[in-house]
Design a protein around this ligand. Structure first.
Ligand code: PLP
Length: 381
């Protein structure tokens, strides 16, 4: 007879993330949308993109949406479109996808990092003031893991000092701060439609939303070689090529209709993990501030002996990841910025303690129970 350990070893894998179950659920609608584009046979900046832009603006409660090639490009173009560039400084966090920094650097501006607050892992706005210089032009708060940034202090500072605010909402489609959807809180907001995002395409994609009509018009030109809208081969601005394509737009229109339901499932799954892992010594669960509607792009815990825990789960065929294992300021490409070890203590502490558990809307609750049981066993409870 197999021992209990052997039996566990032969269990089916639990993947960290899967996109196929959603496709299987929405197959008919998605295949229909793809077929519609193939019938139309126009692939760039046509009906699907226009319709998606209207629908996503309406979903976020903003006047306009401009769809672009990726979330990174959405941040870059939003900042560039607002006039951020060479010689400017942009306040952001180091505890984020490196894409946030890549996008700021692409404008020619210098990213300046502030630490995160340890409960939600998002920008600690109380530290912004001490990083201000006469060159500070903008703030890019990141609504990380699906939890909104505490925006009050940040927005107050931006108002007092005339700073621009571009939200990085790449991980937070549908999240809310004080009852307001993220994407409506600053001058503009950037979303990513990377396949595993809460709203994910089947390839790269991104969008900027804003209430600033002049900015939106400018962005619509910038993403398309700077061509004047409706007039080909005539560049009014120095632009780039960063367009969402018709196929991705058609797919995203289907998925947008199911976004709230997907977020609801994420919240149910988070509640289940919370219930099952409550009180485990050595584990700190994600928090949800009363002013924030968390959409759990990721379910991230702090864990004692994190690396050992990950190894144990791996042995038990359970996939986990770390978001992110090395803060941006400690990565080779950014060492020359001069942030020494210990310069952003909460950011550095987080990287050593966090682990993201298997998480996607269709994750069977039985799998979440197995993950939680393995974690409890690891900590001996
Ligand atoms: C917080 C954050 N910002 C920006 C991005 C960039 O998005 P993309 O991968 O679509 O360029 C991502 C996604 O990777 C992200 O998670």
């Amino acid at each position: 007879m197999a021992t209990q350990t052997e039996a566990t070893h032969t269990q089916t894998p639990i993947y960290f993330n899967l996109t196929k179950p959603q496709y299987q659920e929405l197959k008919q609608e998605i295949d229909g949308a793809i077929a519609r584009v193939m019938e139309e046979n126009i692939f760039i900046l046509h009906r699907e993109v226009e319709a998606f832009e209207r629908e996503f603006a309406s979903y976020t409660g903003t006047a306009r949406c401009v769809a672009v090639g990726s979330g990174t490009e959405a941040i870059h173009l939003a900042l560039h479109g607002l006039g951020v560039g060479e010689g400017d400084e942009v306040l952001t966090v180091s505890h984020t996808a490196v894409a946030t920094t890549v996008a700021i650097s692409a404008t020619g501006a210098t990213p300046v990092f502030v630490d995160v607050e340890p409960r939600t892992f998002t920008m600690d706005a109380s530290q912004l003031e001490q990083r201000l210089t006469p060159r500070t032009k903008a703030i890019v708060p990141v609504h990380l893991y699906g939890h909104p940034v505490a925006m009050e202090l940040l927005l107050d500072l931006a108002r007092r000092r005339g700073l621009l605010v571009v939200e990085d909402a790449a991980q937070a489609h549908g999240a809310e701060y004080c009852g307001k959807k993220v994407g409506t809180l600053g001058n503009a907001a950037a979303f990513s439609f990377y396949p595993t995002k809460n709203l994910g395409a089947y390839g790269d994609g991104g969008a900027i939303v804003t209430d600033d009509i002049t900015l939106a018009d400018r962005l619509a030109m910038l993403r398309n070689y700077g061509w004047e809208t409706g007039k080909r081969y005539y560049s009014l601005l120095k632009g780039v090529n960063s367009r969402l394509d018709e196929l991705q737009a058609a797919i995203l229109r289907v998925k947008l209709r199911h976004l709230d339901e997907g977020n609801q499932r994420r919240r149910q799954l988070a509640a289940l993990y919370g219930e099952l892992l409550e009180g485990v010594p050595g584990v700190v669960l994600p928090v949800e501030e009363e002013w924030g509607h968390h959409v759990y792009h990721l379910y991230v815990i702090r864990a004692d002996r994190r690396d050992e825990l990950q190894a144990r789960l791996r042995e038990r065929q359970i996939g986990t990841q770390v978001h992110y294992p090395e803060p941006v300021h400690r990565q080779a490409a950014y060492l020359a910025m001069g942030y020494g070890v210990g310069s952003l203590p909460e950011t550095e502490r987080a990287c050593g303690e966090i682990v993201s558990l298997p998480f996607y809307p269709e994750l069977p609750h039985a799998d979440a129970r197995r993950v939680a049981a393995e974690i409890r066993r690891f900590y001996g409870v």
